[in-house]
Design a protein around this ligand. Structure first.
Ligand code: FAD
Length: 288
């Protein structure tokens, strides 16, 4: 459980971090909260020769409102997100998701940017940012670029981020008034990671579903939206019977994988259960 030897440098700006990444090529890794990277290094599954600590980079911190979006610095911790009055007011789905990550220690160190760059298949944020239609703002040697979340998650532990880029901010459209929302997960009893997590955003007009967005994490190599469920809900009555019917489609074509904790078959079953549960919870909030 002791990592291989590495050199440690502290970047003071995004520009410096990008230039250090370039200088060291594939031998360097960025360090945020360290709660995914350091365990991998201790297991020697990752052996970077240089760690570039983003801790001192002030421009990667903080949460602010810009027009109809909330802009969140990549180094914002899970706890800062869960307790931010702005996030709780404007993107409560994200605050609810952050509050369910790991334990107090993990939430105090782990960051939004680290989690989204790492793209663990059992991470919670991916489902939430998918239904929220977030934008990932990155910076690399060629300058800044924005990646829509629909193109961000490529495969297990793989995103659209280039090796010499830093994820700087996540731009999240604020939820609209009257929209229902929920993040519902089945946590692993030891780590808290999601055996499965479902994020829902629900817009209802006069008792009819106008738009439903549903995404799932934990079941396969990467989080994904559930378009069949979403389409089945549009125009249907916002009630338990419609939700139960639509939720049956959650496992349709789902790339569920067996792992140490649950079989693919059990995960497909849970997908329908948690989708219905998440939709009902979102509906309660439409009516609040
Ligand atoms: C016991 C335990 C329980 C946990 N439970 C949960 C849980 O319930 N749900 C959940 O979602 N997660 C859980 N996690 C993971 C935790 O949320 C991590 O904090 C998160 O996955 C990674 O964030 P980090 O800031 O620690 O990143 P790090 O570990 O520092 O980095 C992770 C990866 O991202 C890269 N990286 C980091 N920041 C950037 C950036 N700004 N730009 C580009 N690349 C970057 C690093 O180079 C590295 O490859 C748990 C972790 C532990 C140890």
């Amino acid at each position: 459980m002791i990592p291989a030897t590495f050199e440690y440098v502290r970047a003071k700006s995004v520009r410096e971090a990008v230039s250090l990444l370039q200088q060291h090529g594939g031998r360097a890794k960025l360090l945020a909260g360290g709660h995914s990277l350091l365990p991998l290094m201790k297991l020697r599954l990752s052996q970077p020769e240089v760690l570039i600590d983003l801790g001192p980079v002030e421009e990667l911190r903080g949460v602010r409102e810009e027009g109809s979006s909330v802009v969140i610095g990549a180094m914002t911790t899970h706890d800062e997100l869960a307790s931010s009055p702005l996030v709780r007011e404007r993107v409560p789905l994200l605050a609810e998701c952050a509050a369910q990550i790991g334990d107090v220690q993990v939430r105090n160190r782990g960051t939004l940017g680290g989690s989204l760059a790492h793209a663990d298949p059992a991470a919670d944020y991916p489902a939430a940012v998918l239904v929220l239609d977030a934008q990932m703002e990155c910076e690399g040697p060629a300058g800044a670029r924005t990646v829509p979340v629909s193109q961000w998650f490529v495969d297990m532990l793989t995103t659209a981020l280039r090796p010499d880029e830093v994820l700087c901010r996540v731009r999240v459209p604020a939820q609209t008034r009257g929209q229902g929302w929920s993040y519902t997960k089945l946590p692993h009893p030891a780590s808290g990671y999601s055996l499965l997590g479902v994020a829902c955003l629900l817009s209802v007009d006069g008792g009819t579903v106008r738009e439903a967005r549903v995404a799932i994490t934990g079941v396969g190599p990467k989080a994904l939206r559930l378009p069949k469920v979403e389409q089945a809900l549009a125009g249907k009555p916002a009630d338990e019977a419609s939700f139960a019917e639509a939720a049956k489609l959650a496992s349709d074509g789902l790339d569920a994988t067996d792992d140490l904790y649950a079989s693919a078959e059990y995960k497909r079953h849970l997908a329908a259960v948690y989708t219905k549960r998440g939709l009902l919870r979102a509906l309660e909030r439409v009516r609040q």
